[in-house]
Design a protein around this ligand. Structure first.
Ligand SMILES: [Cu+2]
Length: 623
């Protein structure tokens, strides 16, 4: 028997993976006496090596003296957090790569609004839902176009944010100069603790033969104020740049009626079929094929079918209730625009009251931060001719209330577009309109600007030159074709009275130029700068975090773009209009942008020379 026993023991050892010499030290493993069991219990509770790492099943070297208990602890299988298991499975199902799918606890509290349990359901609930036109930063123009420097490399970036959250952001990069080996991208919160813990970056692909064109995708797991960090490696070393990305679910649309009818019919068929199966099972399952069912079995079949039908209907009703509650939960996260009431009080005092539902992290109206010098940038455009445009800067007088003493204004109805940026870096544009009488009041002052042109309907949308009131001219280097959603550089040059490039170009609110792209049906408004569509305040916040990231040891050259290195593109630090380089500023300015939809647009371009702010109007027909 002892021989047989040792064979069994050897086999068991092999199965359990216990090394011969280790097992030889303590046969109590397989023959535990009461004493050794007590010993084992004690070790289990008080083993000095037992630590949380072991509890998670991490490999631990076999200790010489207490080999077998250590080994036992080491064989404890990993005990994942139940929630993380569910999330991991869903990630696998949804194809979310681990590097992007960080535990939700890595998000800032403000971003942690979808509970880990609710987001997959929210995603499911909105799968068949299509979307309404988006609006938040800018109006109807959700794609991010940006241009900037990651160290020695110039990047032109397009980020197409997801329409539902969680969702995938599509990212394109065009780079210069050549010589970039790799670009990695990572999404992280713009502010808070989560902004200090970037997830493992994803490598971008070069899908075409062009080595300077990169594409990538990132999952945006929660609504909020995000940034995408670009880590570039190439011939000239390492560079980092971050682009803010305000992410919010844009809306839901009801299921198509025909699809609803089709699915309802299929569902009804399933319910009837299931009821029939239950009835047949109760009636005939225990009969031979040739036998017919006795009356008693027919009765019980009727009862079974009634019960089954009631249960199925209850299931359908509960499912409907679950679907509706999930849809309502998701709807609460859909972006709700901030509203603004504009009224003229006294002769020229424009009062702007903000109101709107508390939405996710927007619970207050007094957390705005200055964005290129001002808390609010107000574009006031006479409608529908779009022939008179003001760029003004109301001041806050109370929480959620701004006021402005209007300059002299011709009578008319004006569309108002007011840009603000929250402390989180999340920008919003409020839309309103106001009808004004002819106002004779103060002259323009400070950063205020005004421009007048011909009505948008009277021009042929072929304008490439605009004569300014002081004899200067602004010229648009217009691309041959303007196609919706295609990134373009919109380049404008200021010429003096002799038609030469303006020698006295100055910075206007820290930048070479400001542009507003406005669609003639009022559905699109975007206030753009040389660095793109991103709010300058948010861009500065992202930029300030890049210094530590670029000094990480992975970089070769370690030359992060510095805000002061290119003031005209990154006018973050000093918003004064003095020329930082002391020399001549370029007389041309370029804005990276892509029209969101086809149609007719008016482009309001502002540049400054000397102390004069010029406002030129151009028209574009977009196909
Ligand atoms: Cu601006």
């Amino acid at each position: 028997m002892p021989q047989a026993e040792s064979t069994v023991i050897r086999r068991l050892r092999t199965i359990l993976g216990i090394r011969e010499e280790v097992a030889a030290q303590d046969h109590t493993f397989l023959h535990p006496s009461t004493e050794s069991r007590r010993h084992l219990q004690k070790l289990h509770l008080h083993h000095p090596d037992r630590n949380p790492a072991q509890a998670r099943g991490q490999v631990h070297p076999i200790a010489s003296s207490e080999s077998f208990p250590s080994r036992i602890f080491n064989t404890i299988p990993p005990v994942p957090h139940p929630e993380s298991t569910v999330i991991d499975r869903l990630r696998t199902i949804l194809g979310i790569r681990a590097c992007n799918a960080r535990p939700l606890s890595h998000l800032a509290p403000a971003n942690h609004l979808l509970s880990p349990r609710s987001w997959p359901f929210a995603l499911l609930a909105c799968l068949p839902l299509l979307l309404a036109p988006p609006a938040h930063a800018h109006v109807g123009s959700p794609d991010v176009y940006a241009e900037g420097n990651a160290g020695p490399y110039k990047l032109s970036i397009v980020i197409r944010p997801p329409l539902v959250i969680p969702g995938v952001a599509e990212i394109e990069v065009r780079s210069q100069p050549p010589g970039i080996h790799a670009i990695a991208i990572t999404p992280l919160a713009l502010t808070g603790e989560a902004s200090k813990h970037p997830p493992t970056p994803d490598a971008m692909k070069t899908p075409t033969a062009d080595p300077n064109y990169f594409t990538g995708q990132l999952w945006i797991m929660a609504p909020g104020s995000w940034q995408i960090r670009f880590l570039v490696d190439g011939n000239q070393g390492h560079g980092v740049w971050s682009v803010p990305l305000p992410a919010a679910a844009q809306g839901t649309r009801k299921m198509q009626r025909s699809l609803g009818i089709f699915l309802s019919a299929l569902g009804l068929l399933l319910v009837i079929g299931m009821t029939g199966i239950v009835g047949a099972a109760a009636r005939e399952s225990q009969l031979d094929p040739s036998q017919s069912a006795p009356p008693q079995r027919r009765r019980s079949a009727t009862i079974a079918m009634t019960v089954a039908f009631a249960l199925l209907v209850t299931g359908v009703l509960l499912g409907n209730w679950w679907w509706k509650s999930e849809a309502a939960d998701y709807a609460s996260q859909v972006y709700k625009p901030l509203a603004m009431d504009a009224t003229l009080t006294r002769t020229n005092l424009l009062d702007l009251k903000l109101r709107g539902p508390a939405w996710l992290f927007r619970s207050r109206f007094d957390d705005f931060i200055p964005d290129h010098n001002h808390l609010m940038h107000l574009y006031m455009i006479r409608w529908p001719a779009m022939d008179v445009v003001y760029h003004l800067h109301p001041d806050p007088i109370a929480s959620g209330e701004f006021q402005l003493a209007l300059p002299s204004v011709p009578a008319g109805t004006y569309h108002l577009y007011a840009d603000v940026v929250h402390a989180s870096g999340f920008p919003e544009t409020m839309v309103s309109s106001v009808t004004l009488p002819a106002i004779t009041a103060r002259p323009l002052a400070g950063d205020d600007a005004e421009g007048q042109g011909s009505p948008v309907s009277s021009t042929a949308a072929t304008t490439t030159s605009f004569t300014l009131p002081d004899g200067y001219t602004m010229v648009w280097n217009k691309p041959a074709a303007l196609i919706a959603r295609q990134p373009n550089d919109f380049t404008f040059t200021l010429l003096d009275r002799n038609g030469n490039p303006a020698p006295d170009t100055a910075l206007y609110m820290g930048m070479l130029g400001h542009a507003a792209f406005v669609k003639d049906d009022g559905t699109v408004f975007a206030h753009i700068h040389p660095s793109g569509t991103v709010a300058m305040a948010a861009l500065m916040m992202a930029e300030q975090q890049n210094a530590p990231a670029s000094s990480q040891p992975s970089g070769a050259g370690n030359s992060s773009s510095s805000p002061s290195s290119d003031m005209k593109d990154m006018p973050g630090m000093n918003m004064s209009d003095t020329n930082p380089s002391g020399g001549h500023l370029p007389s041309s300015v370029s804005f990276p942008y892509g029209f969101p939809t086809p149609g007719r647009y008016r482009i309001v371009v502002q540049m400054k020379h000397g102390a004069i702010i010029e406002t030129a109007l151009f028209d574009a027909a977009v196909s």
